[in-house]
Design a binder for this molecule. Structure first.
Ligand code: NAI
Ligand code: MG
Length: 506
């Protein structure tokens, strides 16, 4: 009886899903933790629910890992690391296994895209075209690095031979958010493994499903046991136990600036290496000489992609005074034309926010914006759907850079459009923020674009485009957007340490 009602409720939670593999995966609930190559329940036996944010129904129960489970995961990860099951594998073999993971992600792309959309709410259009291919591409890119991590020989005194080795850091704890669940798992796991580390990944409690499925694919690819652990659970509990653990060598975190500070404090116990990719309030600057249709489209993508739940979202849209009304009209028209609805529908361009908590937070900012005197030129309200955490794509005009909606990360589909006078004014206002993750500038004057790109205090600057990310290029923050650079060859610095060896000759 229980199972008949469970399958009826799963059917309604997944309405619109087509992938039979995704449905099969969801049927085997509760989901377990991956420790030492085996799927095990949490030691406490506790589980938590993960919901479909489009209809607020339960998709699956998931093991709630806690300190005891993290201890267990660290024990086996340490053993795998010290036994050098992974680091001492030939780099070519490591490349082969990482390529196999990439292939498996691609082979299961339809299933993974539906799982991602069910768990997170992002349009299938995005998960199928951005998240899942991006995850495969990241594994493929770092697969190539396993054979290209070089040391150096150094011009020492002739009586010495001095060289450096680039060695793995060891046991890496990786804590990721819910906005790009599989993609963030890939950004973390792929470079760490390429460098010979072992990992313990904690997915966000809102979106654990694709990380669990990735764990299964990693086992299928044939990685040695203990190299990858997946411990699902909450921030305080599983996450904090990773940050504090005395036998974890490095922690990599993506999420809020507030929790980033806690991670840094917790790392002091054993002086873990820390890399942090945190929040943003990125400026996106529109000059009157920009290609306007391209700027409108790019700015819309910059703030509305993934319902605005993007750390590098162009959430402060700075528009030069002479084109402010024209530009914000066009951006509002584009926003109101985005189809809001069931994210499994291939025509949907905006789904629900990830959770009730996020929905409440964004509604709070819509209210704050209006109270401070900004005007919602379009949107400004929750969606009209019967259930689910929908918010209408919103463009606020009449915003100044001191308002709460211009200073705090909203993490929702809300653009704050701010007028500016000239180059000096917009550079000052753009940099007048505690964050520094990304920035955009739209102009046909290439000298102006390059000059401003130098002046902006941000880890990524886009010129006449926005939201472009490629594993070849570094990503990370200035100021309180964090430190350390993921992606590109820079991630190799995060996941290796350098040993200098002196040998006396003769
Ligand atoms: P969060 O920072 O609390 O969550 C991110 C991850 O950290 C999750 O895996 C969570 O379980 C874990 N975590 C939470 N508390 C922890 C602790 N004390 N120790 C160790 N791990 C912990 O973010 P949340 O609450 O989901 O979202 C709040 C705001 O954070 C958003 O509105 C947004 O402004 C920002 N955010 C930024 C992200 C980014 O990509 N930079 C991603 C997610 C959220
Ligand atoms: Mg969920």
């Amino acid at each position: 009886m229980a199972s008949a009602s469970a399958s009826a409720s799963l059917e309604s939670a997944t309405r619109g899903a087509k992938s039979s593999a995704a449905l099969e995966f969801l049927k085997s609930s509760p989901k377990k933790l991956l420790i030492n190559g085996k799927w095990v329940p949490s030691k406490s036996g506790k589980t938590f629910e993960t919901l479909n944010p489009a209809n607020e129904q339960v998709l699956a129960l998931v093991a709630e890992g806690d300190k005891a489970d993290v201890d267990e995961a660290v024990k086996y990860a340490r053993k795998a690391y010290e036994d050098a099951k992974w680091a001492n594998l030939s780099p070519h073999a490591r490349t082969g296994l990482l390529l196999k993971i990439a292939d498996l992600i691609e082979q299961h792309a339809d299933e993974l895209a539906e799982l991602e959309t069910l768990d997170n709410g992002k349009p299938l259009f995005e998960s199928r075209n951005i998240d899942i291919p991006g995850a495969a591409e990241t594994f493929r890119y770092y697969a190539g690095f396993a054979t290209k991590i070089y040391g150096e020989t150094n011009p020492s005194d002739p009586s010495m031979f001095n060289y450096t080795l680039r060695e793995p850091v060891g046991v890496c704890g990786q804590i990721i958010p819910w906005n790009f669940p599989l993609l963030m798992a890939s950004w973390k796991i792929a470079p760490a493994l390429a460098c010979g580390n072992v990992v313990i990944l904690k997915p966000a409690e809102q979106t654990p499903l694709t990380a669990i499925r990735l764990g299964e694919l990693i086992c299928e690819a044939g990685l040695p046991e203990g190299v990858v652990q997946i411990v699902t659970g909450f921030g305080p509990g599983a996450g904090s136990s990773i940050a504090e653990h005395p036998d974890i060598d490095k922690v990599a975190f993506t999420g809020s600036t507030e929790v980033g500070k806690l991670i840094l404090q917790a790392s002091a116990g054993n002086l873990k290496r820390v890399s942090l990719e945190l929040g943003g309030k990125s400026p996106n600057i529109i000059f009157p000489d920009a290609d306007m249709p391209a700027a409108v489209f790019g700015s819309s993508l910059g703030i509305f992609l993934n319902q605005g739940q993007v750390c590098c979202a162009g959430s402060r849209v700075f528009v030069q005074e002479s084109v402010y009304d024209q530009f914000t009209d066009s951006l509002s028209k584009m926003a109101s034309g985005l189809t809001l609805g069931n994210p499994l529908d291939p025509n949907t361009r905006m789904g629900p926010l990830v959770s009730k908590e996020q929905h409440d937070r964004v509604k709070g900012y819509l209210k704050a914006g209006k109270e401070e005197g900004a005007k919602a030129k379009t949107g400004g309200e929750p969606g009209k759907q019967e259930a689910g955490y929908f918010i209408q794509p919103t463009v606020f005009t009449g915003v100044n850079n001191q308002m709460k909606i211009a200073r705090e990360e909203i993490f929702g589909p809300v653009a704050s459009a701010i007028p500016f006078k000239d180059e000096a004014d917009v550079v000052f206002q753009s940099n007048d923020t505690t964050y520094g993750l990304a920035a955009g500038v739209w102009t046909k004057d290439i000298n102006r674009a390059l000059t401003i790109a130098r002046k902006l205090k941000a880890g990524t600057v886009w010129i006449n485009t926005y939201s472009v990310l490629d594993p070849i290029s570094p990503f990370g923050g200035y100021k309180q957007s964090g430190f350390g650079r993921e992606l590109g060859k820079y991630a190799i610095d995060l996941y290796t340490q350098i040993k200098s060896v002196y040998a006396r000759i003769g």
